[in-house]
Structure formats: structure tokens, C-alpha cells
Design a protein around this ligand. Sequence first.
Ligand code: SAH
Length: 216
Amino acid sequence: MEQFDSFRHKGMRKRLVNELASKGINDVNVLNAIGNIPRHLFLESSFVSFAYQDKAFPIAAGQTISQPYTVAYQSQLLEIKSDDKVLEVGTGSGYQAAVLIEMGVKLFSIERQKELYQRSTKLLSNLGYKGRFYLGDGYKGLPTYAPFDKIIITAGAPFVPEDLLIQLKIGGIMVIPLGDKEQVMTRIKRISQNDFEQEQLGACSFVPMLKGVVNN
Ligand code: SAH
């Protein structure tokens, strides 16, 4: 198992960044973040050698680390500006969180699986990524810290959670994969107190967004 970053990893990352650019990712800050983050440290040891392929892999608790293209695409859709206050639902491996923190946002992230919450907060703090991480139900968001400039949901949501919509700033953007078995990547902009604009951006596939917290 590779515990550290090496020239070999950096080389593989550079190729991944080029591949993402060729697939249409053009937000330089997204590409730079992916170029800087040792994704191999976010995977289970048996998958480490595949870390720089553009694929999703299993992590603990039956969940997955999203494929790099999906992470890059969702990050790009958020139109991140540094210092944006961002809420992520589904910390998972912590990789998407690292990308957003690397892009300069103030990150708040919620995970419902205690095992993943514990692993990812430990890993991110060991790597020096500073954010605020919560064990909780993302359907409720974090009303205490609302409103957010951006909200990213990294699990398949059967509907748009009302509690999250009202935690979005006016002018803010939410990116959410909407649907049951398969999802449609959806971007919602809050244009006034009561008006939201919705764009549908193509098919995608995520593990489901589920209610409640799993405490083991
Ligand atoms: N962003 C993650 C993707 C992990 S997969 C990464 O980069 O690795 C989606 C994650 O969402 C899973 O860890 C799952 O446990 C979590 N999840 C599902 N429903 C949730 C909810 N209601 N609240 C918080 N997290 C949730």
C-alpha cells in the first residue's frame, strides 16, 4: 500500500487531469485541485493502483467514491468562487470535500454513516484540509450555518429536499442528482426568495440519498 504521494502518482494525476479536460472540464480551478490531491489515499487499499482511472470505486459502508469526472463536473457546475460558503451532502471518502477545500471554499459537509464520517474527517485533517464535518441527515441540511452560496448533493435524491432549498442564498446554486435508480444531474439557481430556475444536464448514477443516521 502506498501511504504517500510520489512522482509516479503525480504523473498519473497529470494524465487524469488531461483526460478530464478532454472530456469537457474547463474550470481551471477544478483541474488544478484534482491535479493536487492524492486521490489514492482516499481509496481502500485494494483499489489504490486504479486511483487515477476515471472510475468510481467502493469505499466503506457499501458506498462509493464518485468517479473523477463526476466530481469535476459537479464542482464545475457550482461556479465556485473562493470564499464561497458551500454545503456538501454525502462526505463519503472525503475526496469531493478535498476538491472544494482546495478550490478555496468554506466547506460544511454532512455524512449519515458514522464509519465514513470518522474515516474521512481523520484523513482530511491528516492531509491538512480544513472544513467542518458533521454526522447527520443531509435532508435537513445545517440550518444553524445557512444560508449557503452553493449546495452540492453527492447521492441520488428522489426529490429536491425543501429544507436544503431554503438554505440556499438568493443568487446561489444547488447541484443535485435527481431520481431513484438513475438520476438526472440537475442545477438549481435561486433567483429570488420564491423563484428557482432548474436546468437538467444529463443522466448519472449515484448511491441513494437515504434518511437518518447510521451509528455503527
Ligand atoms: N462525496 C463523496 C461521495 C460518496 S457517495 C466522495 O467524494 O467520496 C454518497 C455518500 O452520501 C455516501 O457516503 C452516503 O452515506 C451519503 N449519504 C446518503 N444519504 C445521505 C444523507 N441523507 N445525509 C448525508 N449523507 C448521505
